[in-house]
Design a protein around this ligand. Sequence first.
Ligand SMILES: [Zn+2]
Ligand SMILES: [Zn+2]
Length: 388
Amino acid sequence: MVSKQLQAQMSEWRHQIHSHPEAAFEEKETAALVGKVLMDLGYEVHTGIGGTGVVGVLHCGTSSRAIGLRADMDCIKITEKGKHPYSSQTPERMHGCGHDGHTATLLGAAALLAQRKNFDGTVYLMFQPAEEPGTGAQAMLDDGLLKRFPMDEAYSLHNNSLFRQGQVLIRAGQFFSSEDDFVIRIHGIGGHASAPHVTKDPLVAASEMILAMQTIISRNVDPQEAAVISFTELHTDGAVNVIPSNVTLSGDVRAYSPEVQRLVEKRMREVCQHICEMHDMTFEFEYIHAFVPLINDPVCTDHVLEAARNIVPEEQIILNAPKCSASEDFARILEQVPGCYFILGGGRKEDLSQEFPMHHSCYDYNDDILSLGAELFAEIIRTRLPKK
Ligand SMILES: [Zn+2]
Ligand SMILES: [Zn+2]
């Protein structure tokens, strides 16, 4: 059980972070708070990892086994509309994704682990910057995270207000999708709208491309798999009576496996190339991998299930949770370390559709799930490291 005192302390940390939100790689004050709390709890503290990342290390006993737990610290770049005593004091910065809660949760777990010391091995608590743009985990990895803190397994969680408070959602294998962003620039020859025969109209080519690429999902991707191609922008340099010379298309692609992600990219490039060849036009095709798919290790997923069963009633555990078409930066760590990412429900309203969803300007993390998250993390450590 988490003491009343620690519960209050976690809320206080959360409110402090909430009122001073910091976006990707700006998390200086948050990192300083994290570092101070960890230091006071007796952790070895490493700062400045991948920019503003912090790792707290707690050794106990003599076992060489090590487990990593991770929280994200960054906010999103919108202005908070909700009114709380601890509302954001910075315009265009708010904790609208609950990373304030994740950080406070992992600090709560840090306190429980330091107090209980009921494990033999090493715990690495990773506080990462820049989850929202999907670059913070990679920045920590590039800064030698896993070489400096070699871990056998890694775990993390995300809150979600659209699931009931206290529910734990677990899924083995594919869970969160990749996110890729693309920009296609098509170059033709513009001219008078009344004389298309002396132009090379890139807008017609772009229109064919948008339609042709729909068949990648319906005709190339295995129907057992899921993927999304969304064209979200189309810009031309034409006018009402001017056929454009240039068209720029951009959009977003999602997939749940690296194989499908590669297939979609390859087919998009081919379709683009062949349509431009057909219309005698040149093009540039830019494709950016923002997030990789998040895939939970099945064995580690069972470990989370075991820990959850020790903490929450069976009816609150949702096994085989639905896949999520959002993306999550922890996937980069799970590419290199077996582990599991799970969701903690935070919805309080009877009708969950009335809850503010994440990234809404009135969203606020539910303080009542802080201790559950901390207990789950502490229980994962107790069950995954040898007994002391
Ligand atoms: Zn978010
Ligand atoms: Zn988030």
